[in-house]
Design a protein around this ligand. Structure first.
Ligand SMILES: [Zn+2]
Length: 268
């Protein structure tokens, strides 16, 4: 069986124990896309690789890449960056979990995207360090851009059917891949109306390269944004992002937003 020694940076997405001392790890690698690795003996207390192969760690690994198998053996792993904020704070951990869930559910095996890799790292930095009130914006930015980079961009500029710039009311159609106008909504009986603030928020996030001038958005509308995205990913992956459920249920907002109904304006 052909195998070659390869070196790449990875973001560890998840892992599960295997046999006595090993772990099977899913990682998003810069050079080879999403890969599955087996790390032998890594649960042995003496293993030098264990820290580098935890979830949400950015590491450099050397592995034997087999051409005919999906599981590759790790030879060395060294931590490049540890996200202390994510590992020590439940709220930040929940946000990072959605990023990892998105990547492990929606990337195809060995689908390479250096842009998405860099953007994922950038997002983890933000989740690790930014003020908590910005985290919902950070996550929505990541999910919209991530969908875009994986080839299922959400069309928010014009009606996906007649291509006219339309005014409210607008509807969202998973089947058509974006918004549809009042006239064209008949084209998809499952299309659902989206309200003005949800629509404008998503459009603003999608248009801006960096997040800036968001208007205030009600917590309830944030949940609608996450629900819409969850349905969209479900439509494309035939699976659900379970980690998004806690956002749809509103828990992350309750954790730090107990005394007000809206998420603060980013400029504030
Ligand atoms: Zn239309």
């Amino acid at each position: 069986m052909k195998e070659r020694i390869k070196k790449t940076q990875v973001i560890v997405l998840k892992g599960m124990d295997y046999r006595e001392t090993s772990r099977i790890i899913t990682a998003f690698s810069e050079g080879f896309g999403k890969i599955k690795l087996i790390a032998k003996g890594v649960r042995n207390p003496k293993s030098r690789m264990s820290a580098a192969l935890q979830s949400f760690v950015n590491s450099e690994i050397v592995f034997y890449k087999k051409e005919t198998r999906e599981l590759h053996l790790v030879r060395e792993a060294e931590m490049v960056e540890y996200f202390g904020g994510i590992h020590n704070d439940l709220l930040r951990f929940n946000y990072a979990s959605v990023v990892a869930d998105f990547l492990s559910s929606l990337l195809a095996t060995e689908q390479v995207s250096k842009t998405l890799y860099q953007y994922s790292l950038f997002t983890l930095h933000r989740i690790d360090k930014r003020k908590k009130k910005y985290l919902p914006f950070t996550l929505v930015s990541f999910l919209l851009k991530g969908a875009d980079l994986l080839g299922f961009r959400i069309e928010l500029e014009k009606c996906k059917v007649c291509e006219k710039k339309s005014s409210l009311p607008l509807y969202f159609s998973n089947e058509k891949g974006g918004i549809v106008c009042e006239v064209c909504r008949m084209a998809d009986s499952a299309a659902v109306e989206i309200n003005k603030s949800v629509y404008h928020f998503m459009k603003t996030v999608q248009q801006q390269k960096e997040d800036g001038n968001y208007k205030e958005i009600e917590t309830e509308d944030f949940r609608k944004v996450f629900l819409l995205l969850s349905n969209w990913f479900n439509y494309h992956s035939h699976g659900t992002l379970k980690t998004l459920d806690i956002f749809i249920k509103g828990k992350p907002f309750n954790l730090y937003n107990t005394d007000r109904k809206t998420v603060p304006n980013l400029q504030g």
